[in-house]
Design a protein around this ligand. Structure first.
Ligand code: GRG
Ligand code: ZN
Length: 313
């Protein structure tokens, strides 16, 4: 089995950050805020965040803020809760949360909570447990969970729980590893994990490991490196990570590297992208791969960053 090609991945991320006007970047433009979070968190986990010009990133982020308090995916784009979390996470990485008008950002997020406790993603109103997680994660990072009705937020998430122990995007929605991460993460942050049947959910999650060692997101689906994050973080939060083979998963992720040009793909021999590079490295970090910073499974930020937010050190 090969090793993690750390230096190649650093070069790959740095080259993507600089390539602002090629075809892929134009197509991905509306995702830039999320892309910044994936790329910069990867660099931090690899110990290379100091290669980045902090002031440049912070000033770009602040230009993406809308008067409503929410952030867009890029300058001049409409605000959405998805980009607002990424903006807050990137500022946290650089220990720059102090540049925020916290009341403004937290009012924007709190304003997206609905009567039944659920959250919309923006003013257009799509409801999804992804947005519940994002609201709770973001408000917790900003120490303003008290601005929403946490009890109702939790009971909405619980109403999305299925008989198989998993969670969907709305009540009755099929269990999917991505939604499970969101619901388990939100319940972990609010101290509500007692609502989960850990053995039942742990069983569903560990069944996601296929013969090749990778994880899929639902029964009968192909394995994909990003589920190394969605599934593994959930297993860790419910204390059942010993139910899968760590060695086989490490091998699957390493097999998805482009060892020549850097980056990690969804499956061996596919084209690499920043998203899967992030989830591959984050997955390896959860697996305690040597030389990587530890990542927090609920906040999806390096543990030292989370400690700084909550303990000031
Ligand atoms: C801070 C890590 C972090 C996340 C923020 C946006 C978000 C909160 C969570 C997204 C959770 C989610 C729904 C992830 C799933 C993404 C994904 C791979 C979807 C593909 O699903 P299918 O069914 O593909 O199209 P499969 O793999 O099933 O073939
Ligand atoms: Zn994927």
């Amino acid at each position: 089995m090969g090793e993690l090609a750390t230096e190649k991945h650093v070069q790959y991320i740095l080259s993507v950050e600089k390539r602002k006007d090629d075809f892929i970047s134009v197509a991905m433009e509306y995702l830039r805020m999320n892309g910044a979070y994936w790329g910069l968190t990867t660099l931090d986990l690899l110990g290379k965040l100091d290669a980045i010009d902090v002031d440049e990133v912070v000033s770009w982020i602040m230009k993406c803020q809308h008067e409503s308090g929410g952030f867009g995916g890029n300058i001049g784009h409409d605000p959405h809760i998805l980009y607002t979390l990424s903006a807050v996470q990137v500022l946290a990485l650089f220990d720059k949360l102090n540049v925020l008008d916290v009341e403004k950002v937290t009012n924007y997020i709190a304003g997206l909570q609905n009567e039944d406790g659920s959250f919309s993603g923006d003013e257009w109103g799509e409801v999804d447990t992804r947005f519940s997680y994002i609201a709770i994660c973001c408000l917790s990072i900003l120490h303003h969970l008290n601005k929403i009705n946490v009890e109702k937020a939790v009971s909405y998430i619980v109403s999305c729980k299925n008989l198989d122990g998993g969670f969907g995007c709305t009540p009755g929605g099929e269990s999917h590893a991505g939604q499970i991460f969101c619901c388990v993460g939100a319940l972990a942050i609010t101290g509500s994990l007692h609502h989960i049947d850990k053995d039942l959910l742990g069983w569903w999650l560990c069944e996601r490991q296929v013969k090749a060692g990778g994880l899929n997101g639902r029964p009968e689906k192909l394995p994909d490196v990003c589920y190394s994050w969605w599934v593994l973080s959930s297993l860790i939060m419910i204390d059942r990570v010993h139910w899968i083979s760590k060695e086989k998963l490490v091998k699957f992720i390493l097999d998805c590297q482009d060892t020549e040009n850097g980056g990690i793909s969804d499956r061996p021999d596919d084209a690499v992208d920043v998203y899967h590079t992030y989830f591959g490295v984050a997955g390896l970090s959860l697996l305690e791969y040597p030389g990587l910073k530890a990542i927090d499974p609920a906040y999806a930020l390096p543990v030292d960053v989370v400690n700084k937010i909550f303990f000031g050190r």
